[in-house]
Write a protein that binds this ligand. Structure first.
Ligand SMILES: NC(=O)c1ccc[n+]([C@@H]2O[C@H](COP(=O)([O-])OP(=O)(O)OC[C@H]3O[C@@H](n4cnc5c(N)ncnc54)[C@H](OP(=O)(O)O)[C@@H]3O)[C@@H](O)[C@H]2O)c1
Length: 369
């Protein structure tokens, strides 16, 4: 069956509806749905929002009512066929008399992947899969990574000068980005479940690491600090606001007095072998907490450690029109780095966006999400 421009347009609409769930669905996926009646009119639209329990397909079908019979459902992700908190969406589509389902991608969850399409086809529904698949995968990259790699999606974000410096020097907190770029950074924070920094950044910058996008979120942004020597100042905003915003510190310091003190302030100190140096264990611990995505905001050493360990899925560099120079200003990525071109961290799907005079460079690690 040929796909028409209308199919393309309606699938795009379903993807746009799914985006309305950003910040409101994790650890579940973003899903949007459009129901088009047999006569070719949009008769229902839905977005999945976790707290509302009802799925995108059910919202759109209830709007459409009898007009769904004989119509087409455009869904941004494979409808689920299992009984969860809600009726299976496949059943709802079948019962509503939908004749055709157009959907970009399968659900990546191995427990359900492909089963929804099988059930729809078994009930005589035409199922078209693959339209705008790249866009749909990108939209749900965090959910997909979580299921495929069994760990949170890691997005490394750094602000830097044109010569790749992320600060003036190690002892001064330096704001490099302009106000437009900073707004974008808060939107990025809004998309993620957790934000992570190294111990030196916590010590030098004294950041608050909150989502100030002004957009609603279902769960608070979890703040994570890799601080083996537990140098975080007790009057740091990360500590003084830990009773309001979840804050985790990974360490192996063994400083029981400071750990107890931080505990009193509601900071959760996670003691593991090698502390924050063991990035696989850090990510595994975050996964246990249903954290699907982590925005790593530096500094040099932590960024380098994630790159060396090949645990970065996506990179955003916010480049300001500045040259800092000098020998001591920290560069963006430390760690061991590459000694051959084959070892260099190669990226794909590069995108450039301007925010005033700052330039955002975003790209993906090569390979599958
Ligand atoms: N422009 C930006 O976007 C940006 C963002 C963040 C930071 N910065 C700047 O970066 C500078 C700090 O960078 P930095 O390289 O000195 O420090 P960092 O990367 O923030 O922290 C490094 C420290 O974290 C601890 N750590 C725990 N687990 C680690 C792991 N897996 N890999 C590496 N370190 C780990 C280590 O301390 P232990 O000795 O306790 O193990 C290490 O000394 C500051 O000047 C800050 O202003 C800039």
């Amino acid at each position: 069956m040929e796909l028409s421009d209308f199919d393309l347009k309606m699938t795009r609409r379903a993807l746009d509806l799914a985006v309305l769930g950003v910040g409101l669905v994790s650890p579940n996926p973003l899903v949007g749905c459009v129901i088009v009646s047999e006569s070719g009119e949009i008769s229902g639209e839905g977005t999945y929002i976790y707290n509302k329990v009802i799925h995108a397909e059910a919202v759109a079908l209830s709007q459409a009512g009898a007009r769904a019979r004989g119509g087409t459902a455009y869904v941004s992700l494979e409808p689920h066929s299992h009984q969860g908190k809600t009726q299976p969406c496949t059943e709802a589509l079948i019962n509503a008399g939908i004749k055709r389902v157009v959907c970009p991608i399968e659900d990546p969850n191995p427990l359900v992947s492909g089963k929804g399409f099988v059930q729809l086809r078994a009930n005589g529904i035409e199922v078209v899969v693959g339209i705008l698949a790249v866009e749909a995968e990108k939209q749900n990259e965090k959910f997909i990574c979580w299921h495929r790699k069994k760990r949170p999606f890691v997005h490394l974000k750094l602000a830097m000068s044109l010569d790749g410096r992320i600060s003036l020097n190690n002892s001064v907190s330096t704001a490099l980005s302009n106000e437009h770029a900073l707004k974008r950074v808060h939107d990025l924070r809004h998309e993620h479940d957790a934000i992570l920094i190294g111990g030196n950044t916590a010590f030098v910058d004294n950041p608050s690491l909150t989502d100030r996008s002004g957009k609603p979120r279902r769960r608070p942004l979890v703040r994570v600090v890799l601080d083996n020597r537990l140098r975080i100042p007790v009057d740091s905003p990360l500590v003084t606001t830990a009773n309001e915003v979840p804050t985790l510190i990974f360490t192996n310091s063994g400083d029981s007095e400071k750990i107890a003190h931080l505990g009193e302030k509601k900071v959760e100190v996670v003691e593991i072998e090698n502390g924050g140096r063991n990035l696989e264990s850090v990510l595994a611990e975050l996964a246990v907490r249903q954290i699907q995505s982590v925005l790593v905001e530096g500094g040099t050493q932590v960024a380098g450690a994630f790159c060396d360990a090949k645990l970065v899925d996506k990179i955003t560099f916010m480049v300001a029109p500045l040259v800092i120079g000098g020998r001591d200003a920290p560069l963006a990525i430390g760690g061991v780095g590459a000694s051959t071109m084959d070892e260099a961290f190669r990226l794909r799907d590069l995108e450039l966006t301007k925010y005033g005079d700052d330039i955002e460079v975003t790209a993906y690690a090569t390979g599958r999400i």
